[in-house]
Design a protein around this ligand. Sequence first.
Ligand SMILES: Cc1cc2nc3c(=O)[nH]c(=O)nc-3n(C[C@H](O)[C@H](O)[C@H](O)COP(=O)(O)O)c2cc1C
Ligand code: SF4
Length: 431
Amino acid sequence: MPEMRIIRSYVDRANSETIESYIASGGYTALPKALRMDPLEVIEEVKKSGLRGRGGAGFPTGIKWSFIPRDSKKPVYLCCNADESEPGSFKDREIIERDPHQMLEGIIIACYAINAHKCYIYIRGEMPKGARILERAIREAYEKGFLGENILGSGFSLDVILFRGAGAYICGEETGLLESIEGKNGEPRPKPPFPAQVGLFGCPTIINNVETLACVPHIINRGADWFASIGTPKNTGTKIYGLSGCVNRPGLYELPLGIPLRELIYEYGEGTRFGRAIKAVSPGGSSSAVLTADELDIPMDFDSLAKAGSMLGTAGVTVIDESTCMVRVAQNLAHFYRDESCGQCVQCREGTWWLEKMLTRIEEGRGRMEYLDTILDACSQMKGTTICALADGCAMPVESIVRKFRHEFEEHIRLKRCPFESRYMGVWEED
Ligand SMILES: Cc1cc2nc3c(=O)[nH]c(=O)nc-3n(C[C@H](O)[C@H](O)[C@H](O)COP(=O)(O)O)c2cc1C
Ligand code: SF4
């Protein structure tokens, strides 16, 4: 286990959200170091570290920062994406609630690197506790001179504004988030232009995830080579894996990128509840294609999971055991995405609606065999054809479930009911 704790509260549980505790454990030492560097040097260091965005897509952070024009006549903005609404993901909330200054220090360094003097932290509406903690953390940082005018005498100034969302999943998509801050409906924008050119209020903007920014002080303090030595050559650093579902020890585990899924579930998660067999695993939040029990040796990193037809996404790992009905899983997912679609694209608006409808019919014993190919056809028309990736986020898991567990769908249709309710009755007696 490498010596890097993004969520320090595992070490210092009592008052880890206060600035005093952060400073006492070495916090805010990367900031003066970064401020003595040239901003381009900071970007180079982050590039060299190999840090890839922890918000889902895994785009290299230093490269993203270098897209900001250096000679911009317009203001440059950083938006910290703290919307975290992906089912199965709960890592950013913990960073915010237990260690907000680590993220704030990363924000200040990132703003210095891209020459931004204003940062918006976009926090999900349903996180009132996180918002309260962040408000206090921002106030503390101003009081200590880490925010505001002429930070630590460097001549660099920065204001951080906390913006609370209204609780829509789509506002976590980076351009939906920008629209929301501008006071409009959270409807993603077609790209190009990309936010680094035309972002918030038409100005160059970088959007980064909470965990991504929390990695930055470590990179500056310990160096790019140290960060790059953790994980695999193209998937560097640690990752906070969120383990939930049918496991004995759900929780957040900070481990190197590339650890085998099996190790995460059986060593850290202490195996499945009641020792049941694993049926499927969603490895990267609800939008990722599911894996089967034969695929547990896949390394948990961006490239290996993409090669396996899924994705690391947010690394929110949900374990599904043999007692779970996969038709219900698919129906539940389609319901969520149908509810959260912003409705701009036909494929998404209609596709999520039809998927939910067909899956509900199958689950309730009213399905027909021909639905299965219609579902797969709808999924293929939803992927890569819309303004944002929400439609893909619905199509990918549903398609994988129908392909990998087709026999369960056929059984529902043949029996005209869900076979799972009777099959696992009395399950709690084992508890
Ligand atoms: C529907 C949808 C929802 C998203 N929700 C989030 C979110 O809650 N938090 C987040 O950091 N990224 C989310 N993303 C990814 C962002 O669009 C963006 O890629 C990310 O914030 C970039 O940060 P990173 O480069 O640090 O990973 C979402 C993407 C989509 C398509
Ligand atoms: S894919 Fe769905 S959520 Fe994304 S812009 Fe289109 S309709 Fe809206």
